[in-house]
Design a protein around this ligand. Structure first.
Ligand code: CAA
Ligand code: NAD
Length: 282
């Protein structure tokens, strides 16, 4: 299958990044969100990133405009009627994603691949709400999408070899490195990363050290580019909590229980960088 037009669902930090990188590699992108202002916010982020590329001499102004011209804003799912691929990147919530996949299944061409950028939710379960589970797959980009090379490619129980091959090839077309893994809670990336972040939050909760000290230990001691609490704020504390809940429920081991402090921050609306407050103020 030749992928020429995709729909990216969700114009938040991940969706806007995926849309940008796809458009940079010549793909026509429909960027969909619930409301105009959310799509516009995503487009503003893309515009800012591209302007930085122009300032740094990595792109010409004409190239920037050509990338932007390939991204069409949308608040109508019916715009999926001519796509070859959908990449869903809405909020990490099982019901929301399943409902969206049900609707997409009815609107997108029968042979279109429906991919999800979920951080942890079972691909098999999302696929099961559609009439085309062999065409449903996890395509898990890392944040920030324009910078990070990895795409975790997650096969659901029914995902076909052909779908997997097409998506791996498409990830390479986007200048990413696909790594194939099976469908278990948190896959590989968040099965390993998120318990570390949760443990760092426990260190704050138990008064072992201040967030700055914990981050400094992991940056200077383990050569991590960001400390775990800065990274949690960067990912979004709502997303971190959802992932821990999926690990806890899906694997049934108490070692995955989300830290109460993480729950408290999310309840307070302290979601990290995107709301201006998390473990740090922005
Ligand atoms: N969008 C686009 N480009 C960005 C960016 C963004 N949001 N953030 C940084 N960059 C670019 C900058 O433009 C800069 O490039 P130039 O200087 O050439 O313009 C380059 O990245 C480096 O940025 P900075 O100098 O500002 O900062 P840095 O050296 O600290 O790097 C970072 C920033 C790349 C984000 C680095 O801190 C890092 O690698 N952090 C860890 C990121 C990480 O672990 N991501 C995975 C999160 S987990 C996940 O994604 C999965 C999940 O399901 C939750
Ligand atoms: P975000 O909060 O920045 O953006 C989510 C977007 O989804 C918002 O613009 C919101 O308006 C939109 N949305 C919510 N419900 C919708 C619906 N029914 N229809 C259309 N749009 C809807 O979140 P994000 O960080 O971009 O995360 C998006 C997805 O990517 C999640 O599944 C998350 O787990 C995954 N992910 C996140 C990261 C990360 O570091 N943040 C990394 C990899 C994967």
């Amino acid at each position: 299958m030749n992928i020429r037009t995709i729909m990216v669902l969700g114009a938040g930090q991940m969706g806007s990044g995926i849309a940008q990188v796809a458009a940079e590699t010549g793909i026509q992108v429909i960027l969909y969100d619930q409301h105009d202002q959310f799509v516009q916010r995503g487009l503003n982020t893309i515009q800012k990133n591209l302007s930085r590329d122009v300032e740094k001499g990595r792109k010409s102004e004409a190239e920037k405009q050509a990338v932007l011209a390939r991204i069409k804003p949308s608040i109508d799912l019916a715009d999926a009627k001519d796509i070859q691929l959908a990449i869903e990147a809405v909020v990490e919530n099982r019901d929301v994603k399943c409902e969206l996949f049900r609707q997409l299944d009815a609107l997108a061409p029968q042979q279109a691949i429906l991919a999800t950028n979920t951080s942890s939710l079972p691909i098999t379960e999302i696929a099961a709400v559609t009439t085309r589970p062999e065409l449903v797959i996890g395509m898990h980009f890392m944040n920030p999408v324009p910078v990070m090379k990895l795409v975790e490619v997650i096969r659901g129980l029914a995902t076909s070899d052909e779908t997997t091959n097409i998506i791996s090839r498409f990830a390479k077309h986007m200048n990413k490195v696909p790594v194939e893994v099976n469908d278990f809670p948190g896959f590989v990336s968040n099965r390993i990363l998120m318990p570390m972040i949760n443990e760092a939050i426990y260190c704050v909760y138990e008064g072992i050290a201040k967030p700055e000290a914990i981050d400094e230990v992991m940056k200077l001691g383990m050569n991590h580019p960001m400390g775990p609490l800065t990274l949690a704020d960067f990912i979004g504390l709502d997303t971190c909590l959802s992932i821990m809940e999926v690990l806890h429920e899906g694997l049934g081991d108490t070692k995955y229980r989300p830290c109460p402090l993480l729950r408290k921050y999310v309840k307070a609306g302290w979601l990290g960088k995107k709301t201006g407050r998390g473990f740090y103020n922005y």
